[in-house]
Design a binder for this molecule. Structure first.
Ligand SMILES: Cc1cc2nc3c(=O)[nH]c(=O)nc-3n(C[C@H](O)[C@H](O)[C@H](O)COP(=O)(O)O)c2cc1C
Length: 270
């Protein structure tokens, strides 16, 4: 395992941009958080006058985020940002068994059940970008704590100047439906074929069909169920990694509470 990773071409890894308060930044707090502006009552009453004289425009309510009721809980409005959390910091493999590469992707998710569709959003300057574009294939390897150091490393070093997979000693298995390799250290791998490329701005979104799901049999329980709770999955939130550990309930558990007045719901697909 390599030591502390150097940054790729001095660029920071993808990071959920902490929204900043609207308007000018006036410095930061000790915790590095943007300074919080106090929420004031509007100087001008947003109340409409009883009578509007002819030819006189009605007063426009002031643009303010202040709560109309001074006792209402305060809420800050930040400029648009990518602070949705948690996200999975997946390890994406691309290329071939002979010439593989891996990069970390947090801008990913499921967008359709049938057919099973996912996406990854990749900056065109990434070394993997052209590989994925040309091959039209990639593999999403689910992130687990035992892989976290490799996941972080693959997100801060480029395959342009580093054979990341060999350096990290990752074990590759051939894909069943794609030429891109599967990382054996990850419990679940999604083999994907690109359906569409959408240039969005900073990133291009590769919308892809999941053509096979590869599962480590070690995580299949005696009932044949995939015990993902045993995989020690990792989440990414606001620039930090978190371990998922505690099962809080199963989908639909809220309807099974004692005393619930609602009838049990029919099982539906997602
Ligand atoms: C946690 C994490 C999440 C990342 N998410 C993305 C992402 O969604 N899209 C992207 O283009 N780069 C993302 N990156 C940055 C790339 O993984 C990074 O630039 C990597 O070095 C690219 O490798 P490559 O040049 O070998 O393709 C992320 C990095 C980290 C550490």
């Amino acid at each position: 395992m390599a030591g502390k990773p150097e940054r790729t071409s001095g660029k920071r890894p993808e990071r959920a941009s902490a929204g900043k308060p609207e308007g000018r930044r006036t410095g930061g707090s000790a915790a590095g958080q943007p300074e919080i502006r106090k929420v004031r009552k509007p100087a001008v009453s947003p109340k409409k006058p009883d009578r509007v004289p002819a030819k006189q425009a009605a007063p426009v309510p002031p643009k303010t985020n202040a709560a109309p009721d001074a006792d209402a809980p305060a809420r800050l409005t930040w400029k648009p940002g990518t602070i949705e959390a948690p996200l999975p910091p997946v390890l994406v493999t691309c290329g071939t068994m002979d010439a593989p590469n891996a990069l970390t992707i947090a801008w990913t998710g499921i967008v359709n059940s049938d057919p099973a569709l996912t996406y990854i959003s990749v900056r065109p300057e990434r070394y993997s970008f052209e590989i994925i574009r040309k091959s039209g294939e990639f593999v999403i390897n689910l992130p687990v704590t035992s892989l976290l150091s490799a996941i972080d490393y693959c997100g801060v070093r480029s395959g342009r100047d580093d054979d990341k997979i060999r350096r990290l000693g990752l074990t590759l298995l051939p894909g069943e439906t794609v030429k891109a390799p599967v990382v054996a250290e990850s419990p679940v791998n999604l083999e994907c074929k690109v359906k569409k490329e959408l240039p969005l701005g900073s990133h291009h979104m590769f919308l892809a069909e999941i053509t096979a799901v590869r599962v480590d049999p070690a995580y299949i329980d005696e009932k044949g169920r995939l015990a993902l709770e045993k995989c020690r999955l990792v989440a990414f939130a606001h620039g930090q990694y978190f371990a998922l550990g505690k099962v809080l309930g199963s989908m639909g558990f809220s309807l099974n509470k004692k005393g619930s007045s609602r009838p049990p719901r029919k099982k539906t697909g997602r």
